[in-house]
Design a protein around this ligand. Sequence first.
Ligand SMILES: [Zn+2]
Length: 119
Amino acid sequence: MSFAKSETTKRKEIEELARHWGELLAREVYPQGPGLDVSLADMEEMVACATRAIVRGAIGQMTEDQAQLLDEEHACPTCGKACPVRRKSRAVAVRGGSAELDEPMAHCSKCRRDLFPSA
Ligand SMILES: [Zn+2]
């Protein structure tokens, strides 16, 4: 399913949902509300930490969902040999933080090259 179909509407829904998560986060961090000794920088640091965690979770889940669409074997573009697809974990920098990707990859033993099938 394409995100572009009703992108503006979907984006507004996601922003509203995330704003609500922010309110929940505020209540989780400061159940009684922040005291007067809590600075804006303290609040910002907690929110930035949560934002990075959301990025890691969301990107990890979406790329995992894409990987499920791939076949268990990938044909080598050079020789055509069917090569088993494995997963290799690696950290990548994304906007708003970093994410750990379980990247699908295959290796053609005949051509001695790594293949990176993508959805
Ligand atoms: Zn090959």
